[in-house]
Design a protein around this ligand. Structure first.
Ligand SMILES: Cc1ncc(COP(=O)(O)O)c(C=O)c1O
Length: 437
């Protein structure tokens, strides 16, 4: 491990300057091209190298890198390959504006409405959830309450953490039928599920099973207003981030975990956790950090760090694919240039069109709420007499890429996103009509 980190050792500026050839800085900056014109959806779609032979309705699964993100990855990769030591040493451990890790935190924080120092960079949603649940100081006899609708990664993160702590987990249904759920019925079901041992509540913002978007802001307010011990709210937000016009840091949850390699179009293998300083301080870190100076200094003295846990201390250390981690900033810049409200409105427009088209088909059962306030970018449905996998297969035969939801009860999914056109949505709806007979 390289021990002369300027950020860690807080070396005087003169030393930093002496270590870092200015030509490297200039070369690194030259590798970051200006943002493309993203003023029309056609221009946005042109940023993706997607195979035009297919209609891509499963882009939420894993991102195709759009041109600005690919350019940033390529630029950082060229810089690392030219000079691995200087580029990583500077990009990770230098003081000030040239620190690319800090730059990525700042870009992400700006989009989340958060402070940069409260953004923890992870590799994906799953790692973020695991870090949070394993980090919580759960006691024997305490309970984590989650729902029957959460993803495998969420349930298993909780199970592994409670097993270790001698705590327990419980899953409650928030609805029988997502399509007819309301904000009140969801809150009611959740509040009824809370028991005397519940200390933590785990929820999913946009469900990849039914496509419902939980009203997290209203749920968080209801949890705060109830009598009894305060509960911590952990949210898997992966399918809401980049599809919804929300300020994550004021949503009301205590821990927000998301991959950024789906709706945000950040490099594959990137993600984040956001929490407030107080909530970071509750957690016990799991993996040695490479971005927390206090932890490093305490190690030098052979002591545990005396300061509270922070986002940086929770960020898993070890060297990473830095060209991907740093280029996450370009994806957040791209989203800011497109406009969060404009992106959300476009995704809603295409999903409304998709839902209206499918709902007009008597052979289709829609599982996603029609309301744009209770849904986002995913439309889940069944076709009478056909297994979800058969629906997907028959759509594939028409060059339409749909997906099935990876849950015990599975549905077919179409996810209209920024890479799609209204004409493509119409063709997908027509194709479902054809296969439903
Ligand atoms: C709701 C939900 N949570 C978590 C995940 C896992 O995401 P990641 O690959 O970022 O860990 C998925 C996968 O698509 C998901 O649908």
């Amino acid at each position: 491990m390289q021990l002369t980190r300027r950020r860690f050792l807080a070396a005087p500026a003169a030393l930093s300057a002496a270590l870092l050839p200015t030509s490297l800085l200039a070369a690194l900056e030259a590798e970051t091209p200006p943002m493309a014109d993203l003023s029309t959806w056609e221009a946005v779609r042109a940023q993706f190298a997607l195979d035009p032979a297919w209609m891509h309705f499963a882009s939420f699964f894993i991102a195709s890198h759009p041109a600005p993100v690919q350019a940033a990855i390529d630029g950082y990769r060229r810089a690392i390959d030219r000079n691995p030591y200087f580029t990583v040493e500077h990009g990770m451990f230098s003081e000030g504006a040239g620190n690319l890790h800090v730059q990525a935190q700042a870009e992400i924080a700006d989009y989340l409405g958060a402070r940069p120092q409260d953004v923890c960079l992870t590799g994906n949603t799953t790692t973020g959830l695991a870090l949070v649940y394993q980090g919580l100081p759960l006691q024997a006899g305490e309970e984590v309450l989650c729902t029957k609708h959460d993803h495998y990664s969420h349930h298993e993160s909780i199970r592994l953490a409670v097993e270790r702590a001698g705590a327990s987990m419980r899953r409650v249904p928030l609805f029988e039928d997502a399509a007819s759920a309301t904000t009140d019925s969801i809150i009611d079901a959740l509040l009824k599920g809370i028991g005397p041992k519940t200390r933590v509540v785990g929820l999913t913002w946009v469900h990849s099973s039914s496509g419902i978007r939980l009203p997290i802001r209203e749920i968080a307010a209801a949890l705060r207003a109830r009598p009894g011990p305060p509960l911590l709210l952990v949210v898997d937000g992966v399918h809401g981030l980049g599809s919804t016009d929300e300020t994550v840091a004021t949503l009301g949850c205590d821990y927000f975990c998301a991959g950024t390699h789906k709706w945000m179009f950040a490099p594959r293998g990137t993600g984040l956790v956001w929490a407030s300083a107080d909530n970071w301080a509750r957690l016990r870190p799991l993996v040695p950090s490479f971005t927390d100076f206090d932890q490093y200094q305490a190690w030098e003295k052979q002591q545990p760090p005396a300061s509270p846990t922070t986002a940086d201390r929770m960020s898993p250390g070890g060297f990473h694919a830095y060209e991907h981690q740093w280029a996450a900033a370009a994806a957040f810049r791209m989203h800011k240039q497109m406009g969060r409200a404009r992106v959300a409105a476009r995704i809603r427009e295409l999903n409304d069109q998709c839902k209206a088209g499918l709902a007009a088909n008597p052979k289709v059962t829609l599982h996603t709420p029609m309301s744009g306030a209770l849904s986002a970018g995913l439309v889940s449905f069944e076709v009478d007499g056909l297994a979800p996998a058969d629906v997907v297969r028959q759509l594939l035969a028409r060059n339409i890429i749909a997906s099935t939801s990876p849950y015990v009860v599975s549905y077919a999914r179409l996810a209209p996103s920024l890479v799609n056109t209204s004409e493509e949505v119409e063709r997908a709806v027509r194709a479902v009509r054809e296969i439903s007979g």
